[in-house]
Each structure stands twice: as C-alpha cells, then as structure tokens.
Design a binder for this molecule. Structure first.
Ligand code: G5P
Ligand code: MG
Length: 219
C-alpha cells in the first residue's frame, strides 16, 4: 500500500459524536491503516466484564473520562500489538497528561481536528444505533441499516449507547471543552494540526482525504 514508506501516526480528535468513528472507517478503507478506538476497546472490555471493563464502566456511563493510568496502559498495549508504523488513534489522547505520555513513547505526526457544532451533535447521537460486538455504527436518516434495528453484516439486533442519553451527552460535551480542547492547543504548538469544520461528514471527508494525500506525498 501507498503508506509503506511514510509513517502515519495520526490522532483524530473531536467532540463526542463529531464523526471520529465514521471518518476513521473511511481512512481505513482508503489508506489501509490500523484503527485504534479507545471507546470501542473499552466497550469491548465492559461487554467481556474484564477487570478494566469493570473499572471503566461507571465512568463511561456517567459521561466522565476513565482515569489516565488505565487508558495509557490500554493504548500502549494496543499500539505495541499492531505490526507496522501506521496507525490512527480515535478517542485518545483526551487529556494533556495522555498527550504528553503518548508523545514520549509513540510520537504523533499528524492530528485531524473535527469541528462540528454542538447542536448538530446532540441531534446525531439521538439517532445513533450501534452493533456493540463489532463497533459498527448507524444513524437514522444518514446511514440506516438495511433492515431496521438489525446489523447489516450479522443480522444481530442494534442497541443505543447508555452514554447517548441527553443528560450524559451534555456531560461528555462539557468534559470535552474542559479537558480535551487543551490537547488540541498542545498539538498546535507542535504544528501538526489540521482543522476540519462542517455540519456533515460528507462535507468534511474530502478535505481530510486531500490533507492526508498531501501529508503522504510530503514524506
Ligand atoms: P468514545 O467512544 O470515544 P466519544 O464521545 O468521543 O466516544 P463518539 O460518541 O464515539 O465519541 P464519534 O466517534 O466522534 O462519536 O462519532 P461517530 O460515531 O462517527 O458519529 C456519531 C453519530 O453520527 C453516528 O451515529 C454516525 O453514524 C452519525 N454521523 C456521522 N456523520 C454524520 C453526518 O454527516 N450526518 C448525520 N446525520 N449523522 C452522522 O468514548 C466513550 C467513553 O469512553 C471513555 C470515556 O468515558 C468516554 O466518554 N474514554 C476515555 N476516557 C478517558 N480517556 C480516553 N482516551 C478515553 N477514550 C474513551
Ligand atoms: Mg467513536
């Protein structure tokens, strides 16, 4: 693949529901990089009731961040487990502490910052349905499942995320502004951030694709 020579160590950052997962799956499909979503990994741990899952679930359900030390270990483990230098981190880092730790061990060279108005986000997560075992995500009126309420690949039932309840979404957005937006400023001081603004993923995606194409050819 085209990325063979160029190290693509990228973070996709944006508010809850801004489309990180949706854009990530397009990046994976187009550029063939490994995608690590801390939210998906954590939900998998919760489903399997591992020690980490048991510790994380109460934070997730109330819209708080999981403590840094749990997350940093998880990500270090996941990055070490993939072969190759190309990966896309989705949902990590979310605090300055996490960003600095990551930069020490696995320095990032590209940050994609999704900027979507909060009122658009609130409407979206109301319509979100997920297939928990795979992390596949649908949205009524945007990417509907072929059969209502069923996953396209397995035919299994879809569910809504506990943390998509309106009061929890409000808390997640608040935490984003407080704890995660400073991470963007940290990366801006390193000069590696691309800002992508829009109300829809279809509007944002071509700009991201172009940005990544340029990044790769500059390598
Ligand atoms: P997550 O799982 O990382 P969030 O809150 O960052 O959760 P989320 O909700 O997964 O982010 P997203 O990935 O940014 O959102 O967005 P998405 O899923 O692609 O899109 C949202 C919805 O909109 C979908 O239904 C999609 O189909 C639809 N959609 C996309 N584009 C469009 C469009 O153009 N139009 C329309 N109509 N719809 C669209 O983290 C969860 C929890 O895990 C813990 C925390 O507790 C966190 O709250 N956690 C961490 N804690 C500490 N540190 C970390 N690093 C942590 N990572 C996770
Ligand atoms: Mg996501």
């Amino acid at each position: 693949n085209i990325l063979k020579a160029a190290a693509f160590r990228t973070v996709i950052i944006g508010a809850p529901g801004s489309g990180k997962g949706t854009v990530s799956s397009r990046i994976v499909k187009t550029f063939g990089v490994s995608h690590i979503s801390t939210g998906d990994k954590l939900r998998d741990h919760v489903t399997r009731a591992t020690d980490l899952g048991k510790q994380a679930s109460k934070f997730m359900n109330e819209g708080s961040l999981v403590p840094d030390e749990l997350i940093i270990d998880l990500v270090a483990h996941e990055i070490s487990a993939i072969s190759g230098a190309n990966y896309l981190l989705d949902g990590f880092p979310r605090t300055i502490e996490q960003a600095k730790k990551l930069q020490e061990k696995f320095p990032v060279n590209l940050v994609l910052n999704l900027i979507v108005p909060h009122e658009v986000i609130i409407e979206r997560v109301r319509n979100r349905w997920v297939h928990l075992p795979s992390g596949r995500v649908y949205n009524i009126g945007f990417n509907d499942p072929t059969v209502p309420g069923k996953d396209d690949v397995t035919g299994e039932p879809l569910s809504q995320r506990i943390d998509d309840r309106p009061e929890v979404v409000a808390k997640r957005l608040e935490n984003y502004v407080l704890k995660t937006e400073p991470v963007i400023n940290y990366y801006k001081t390193l000069g590696i951030v691309g800002d992508f603004k829009g109300n829809t993923t279809n509007e944002i995606w071509p700009k991201i694709k172009e940005h990544i194409d340029k990044f790769i050819s500059s390598k």
